[in-house]
Design a binder for this molecule. Sequence first.
Ligand code: PGA
Length: 242
Amino acid sequence: MNIHTFKNEKELNEAGAGIITGLVQMQPSAVLGLATGGTPVGIYEELVKAHKKGHVSFKKVTTFNLDEYVGVPENHPESYHTYMKQHLFDHIDLPADHANIPDGNAASLEEECLRYNRELEKAKQIDLQLLGIGHNGHIGFNEPDHSLVSGTHVVKLKPETRSANARYFASIDEVPTHALTMGVGTILKAKSILLVVRGADKADIIHRALTGPIQTELPATLLQTHPNLVVLLDADAGRLFV
Ligand code: PGA
């Protein structure tokens, strides 16, 4: 496990984007696993800058997003489809049909999970999975539980996850109750994982995730088993690592 702590957000964002850019330069048809939420925004900004400067092209890249809310229309401002367009896809040259995001409005969610798994299998392996962590230790939307699911599945969001995401909605009642998420098996199958964590409010959970006993009640602890995990922390999130 490689843990890097950065003294400011700019350096962290540049480092994160640099790892992704470097991979795509070396391997133009790389398969990227992408995340949403507050954490990756600055990294996406740097990727867009690198693309606009002509340093990287995503024409041959394929992407798979970790998750999507159930029942939020694709063009809703808070859907992860919209998020990805706003922060990344509208500003780079990734062909639209190379971007995969689970459809949280599919007529059959079970069938949609199977379809997403099939697409992932066709792509064979995610080369780099970008990940954040929830305050309760979730990865993707794999919430703490007595057991975890390997493949893409429907998940009921925990109250703490809904409250954390309420900042994006008019009220907590508008935050979706369910989501589709890649499972932990798929996440762990990625060739490399880039875990990014920011803020003092995540210092304790990231320390427990990377140093505590491996348990499904803290899904991010499973990342300890990954042979190629790179962790980027800002100074606040990294304060318990000395
Ligand atoms: P955040 O979410 O980046 O908005 O903090 C991370 C997560 O829930 O995985």
